[in-house]
Design a protein around this ligand. Structure first.
Ligand code: PEP
Ligand code: MG
Length: 916
């Protein structure tokens, strides 16, 4: 016969049937209560009814397994034995609590009932036992309030309407009693008054609910157990699960535990503590406590709690007595438990305790939530003490927490109370605050006179770049995560929110309208670019420490653990220097066209425009010759800055329309230089107009139609490298051909490269000139034919911005109009331009790598789309066997961490599999 399923796990008196690693079955609370019991830490005895019962309950029309009754009775008998009391016994009654506890913490979402077992029969015994009549009637009124609300009303599905619920009605009675007796606080009510109140409560329950308040302890217990299971499917819990992505079928466990009381007088107390400071990470025991109180009084903020110890008193709490001073013996015992728990769990714990008449009891321990700063400090200090392994250490800081450490951010406290104006896409990191301006020129002018500004645009184009540089932050109504504004901002580590569709930005009227509100030029707004939230007003910001030594130390640990390489997308010597400072091991994408944006770009931009508007090969060749020194010097500078680390230089991929000059003055200048009329310039510009520029004359197509353009660039790259070698320096360029869809395109360009190589080698008299030639894989056809592409490509770099655009058929600059609805209606789980769509686009990548390596087993593979800086996508890149990811320099630390975490997760999965 199969062994009967075990539904109830007992813990008490130093022995528990459960363990910490049984969270799936016992929930977090139950598993940790069992673990603490086994550690001989004083935990009131109790038992956990498993999550399997919850699952069974919902699968069987809200009925329990037949064996449950007997199992609960047996466990309760054990609790009675340990506590030397009996549930329902008039002489020596045991009271219990009933609490929920799911696998993942769902704070405040489910129900709790305390003081179960108080009845007209047990109250006198309880009074005799405690010698405290007031305490017992107070406990009884708390039971009636909680139980009638949680069990008799909510779990029974009564819909009494807003403000008509039983809890509110009972609170009215209590207020009336306080009023009539002149009591100010609940604690001022005397025993007799509370006793009368309890009678009124019971009558009210009968009147409102139509049933008597149960006076049978077993009925109370089973009512509470049922209510906990019911609360798993309460509205609050369901919404919380949706937000946190917790599956509905996990279920909750129920913990039934002997009551201990922190409100039995001045030798009783209750408190909440963290084994280290959760805000700073400092290795100091930190917490709060209250004498003569129950746990809910500490968390509900009814009374101001006292500091736990002398060391953590602040100027605001210096006058309050600490537990260390008031009950030194108990504090020492608690401190020993703190050490014991940290040593055991090897992580900061969040604990709850109660002191009943001088005896300490632990009610909970769980891994404590912490700020980014605290997470980093704790991880580094624990690593230094060899308290945890490198593998454990790198999992202790979430990638999002690094954002807090790398960028100036809005003060989180101020953010909580600020007015949200709108939400958009989190395109550039950190926080910024400034005055609203509407044009790039104003952004520059205002900044020059010392103002801080946020540049607000419907969308941006290269002519806004100066303004984008000058502004403290950028806000656009249109565009996606891979739109031009987003790419540029991220590259600079500048705070930026794009696709903020709710904002009507009217640059002519100089107004932003959102809902019924209008903002004008000069009004303050604040941006949280890591979350995509726009706030009204000027919020305070918090500065990062640029040379945070703990961060440097922590990232070194990450490097020791990870397998995936981390490079940066960098377009200039300056960016390259930043990239190296953040630990980049190379450049995975140098977008040549970016040298035509921003500071000092006027001259090369002019020449590029000339090249674009050239009509004949001669004109174009002449323009190329003029452009050549700019391109070479820029590339040489970057190669030198990277000092022999690989630099992937992409041949020009300019969206031509973005580079066509706007405005008469600029067009005239160009006309003069080309020796043609203004009208001709306009005509040539119009001829460049494309209906669909993203799928137009870009990337390699430009090099196929204008081989002289490719030739000029290849020469610039190879001569830059040759010059460096001649100067005794190192250079390792990788030439990358963009927007390819067939190997024939690669072969065509390879011929040009081979010819130029021979010329450069001869010119410089070099024995060897090392470089690679590869391609971007950003068109689905290229991924599908990767076996062929690899014949001509020595490396692949997945351009997931375009691969997503073309895989989905979503224009990357126009998703703002529909993506929010796609997410809200759950058509897509996430914006595929932010995190790789593993199911579809991911499949193209997987297939591309597999097919490519079938042809060329050592094919080097990386990613250079924006996904290269997204932690979930980095895990994916690790799992599909890429060699490296490449992302904005400012995201390099996050990528180093995410790559290390991917390696640890993979090893853990393999270990689990091997065990099975
Ligand atoms: C890409 O498409 O992913 C890419 C990196 O190229 P770009 O964003 O410049 O088109
Ligand atoms: Mg691309």
């Amino acid at each position: 016969m199969a062994k009967a399923k075990k539904y109830v796990y007992f813990f008490g008196s130093g022995k528990a049937e459960g363990r910490a690693d049984m969270k799936e079955l016992l929930g977090g609370k139950g598993a940790n209560l069992a673990e603490m019991t086994n550690l001989k830490i004083p935990v009131p005895a109790g038992f956990t009814i498993t999550t399997d019962v919850c699952t069974y309950y919902y699968q069987h029309g809200r009925r329990y397994p037949a064996e449950l009754k007997a199992a609960v009775a047996a466990a309760l008998a054990k609790v009675e034995k340990v506590m030397a009391k009996k549930f329902g016994d008039p002489e020596n009654p045991l009271l219990v609590s009933c609490r929920s506890g799911a696998r993942a913490s769902m704070p405040g979402m489910m129900e709790t009932v305390l003081n179960i077992g108080l009845t007209t029969a047990t109250i006198p015994g309880m009074i005799r036992l405690t010698g405290n009549e007031r305490f017992v009637w107070d406990a009884y009124r708390r039971l009636i309030m909680m139980y009638s609300d949680v069990v008799m009303e909510k779990a029974a599905g009564l819909e009494l309407g807003e403000g008509k619920g039983i809890r509110v009605r009972l609170e009215h009675l209590m207020d009336a009693m306080k009023h009539d007796t002149g009591a100010k606080a609940d604690t001022d009510l005397a025993a007799g008054q509370l006793q009368r109140l309890c009678a009124q409560f019971r009558a009210k329950v009968q009147e409102v609910i139509g049933k008597p308040f149960p006076d049978d302890p077993q009925e109370q217990l089973w009512g509470a157990i049922g209510a906990v299971f019911q609360s798993w499917n309460g509205k609050r819990s369901i919404s919380y699960r949706r937000i946190e992505g917790i599956p509905d079928d996990w279920g909750t466990a129920t913990n039934v535990q002997a009551m201990v009381f922190g409100n039995m007088g001045d030798d009783s107390a209750t408190g909440v503590a963290f084994t280290r400071n959760p805000a700073t990470g400092e290795n100091k025991f930190f917490g709060e406590w209250l004498t003569n109180a129950q746990g809910e009084d500490v968390v509900a903020g009814i009374r101001t709690p006292n500091p736990l110890n002398i060391a953590t008193k602040s100027e605001h709490t210096a006058h309050l007595k600490s537990l260390e001073e008031v009950m030194p013996g108990v504090y020492q015992a608690l401190f020993a438990i703190r050490n014991n728990l940290e040593k055991h769990y090897r992580d900061m714990q969040d604990i709850e305790f109660t002191i009943e008449k001088g005896t300490l009891w632990m009610l909970q321990t769980r891994t404590g939530k912490r700020t980014g700063h605290a997470a980093l400090r704790m991880a580094v200090e624990m690593l230094r003490e060899r308290f945890i392994t490198k593998q454990v250490g790198v999992m202790r800081v979430a990638p999002a927490q690094l954002d807090e450490l790398l960028h100036r951010i809005l003060d989180p406290k101020a953010e909580k109370n600020a007015k949200v104006l709108a939400k958009g896409l989190p395109a550039g990191p950190g926080g910024a605050t400034g005055k609203v301006v509407f044009t790039a020129a104003e952004a520059v002018a205002w900044t020059e006179r010392g103002e801080k500004v946020i540049l607000c645009r419907k969308e941006t184009n290269p002519e806004d770049v100066e303004g984008m540089r000058a502004a403290a932050g950028i806000l656009t109504a249109l565009g996606g995560m891979t739109s031009h504004a987003a790419l540029v901002a991220r590259g600079w580590g500048k705070c930026c929110i794009v696709g903020c569709g709710a904002l009507k930005i009217d640059a002519a009227a100089k107004t932003i309208t959102v809902a019924d509100q209008t903002l004008r030029e000069g009004d303050w707004i604040s941006l949280n670019g890591s979350k995509g939230v726009v706030y009204q007003g000027q919020l305070p910001t918090v500065e990062p420490d640029p040379k945070n030594p703990m961060l440097v130390e922590f990232l070194k640990t990450c490097d020791a653990v990870r397998r995936l390489g981390v490079r940066a997308n960098a377009d200039s010597p300056k960016d390259a220097a930043v990239a190296r400072k953040f630990g980049a091991e190379g450049i995975g994408l140098l977008r040549t066209e970016h040298m035509f944006y921003g500071e000092g770009a006027d001259e090369p931009l002019f020449k590029l425009r000339k090249m674009i508007l050239s009509k004949t090969p001669e004109e174009r060749r002449a323009a190329c010759d003029e452009l050549y020194p700019h391109v070479k010097s820029d590339i040489k500078g970057t190669l030198a800055a990277m000092d022999g680390l690989p630099v992937t230089i992409r041949l020009l991929d300019p969206p031509l329309h973005e580079f066509v000059p706007q405005g008469e003055a600029k067009q005239k200048e160009l006309a003069d230089s080309l020796g043609i009329s203004l009208d001709d310039v306009r005509k040539r510009a119009e001829a460049l107009h494309e209906s669909n520029p993203m799928m137009g004359h870009r990337g390699v197509r430009l090099g196929i139609t204008y081989p002289e353009v490719s030739e000029m660039q290849v020469r610039a790259i190879l001569e830059a490298a040759a010059e460096l070698l001649k100067e005794g320096k190192k250079a390792l360029p990788e030439i990358m051909i963009p927007v390819t869809c067939t190997v024939a395109e690669l072969q065509n360009q390879a011929e040009i490269i081979a010819k130029v190589k021979a010329e450069v080698v001869a010119k410089f008299g070099l024995k060897r000139l090392d470089f690679l030639v590869g391609t971007m894989i950003e068109i689905p056809r290229a991924a599908l034919t990767a076996n062929k592409m690899a014949e001509a490509a020595e490396f692949f770099s997945f351009g997931t911005n375009d691969l997503t655009q073309m895989g989905f058929g979503f224009s990357r600059d126009d998703i703002g109009a529909f993506m929010p609805d796609y997410i809200a209606k759950k058509i897509l789980a996430a914006d595929p331009f932010q995190t790789i769509d593993q199911e579809g686009v991911g499949e193209l990548i997987r297939m591309g790598i597999e097919r490519g390596r079938a042809t060329r087993p050592k094919l080097k593979v990386g990613i250079c789309g924006e996904h290269g800086g997204d932690p979930a996508s980095i895990h994916f890149c690790h799992n599909v066997g890429m060699n490296y990811v490449s992302c904005s320099p400012f995201r390099v630390p996050i990528a180093r961490l995410a790559a290390a975490q991917a390696a640890v997760s993979e090893a853990a999965k393999a270990k689990k599999k091997a065990k099975k």
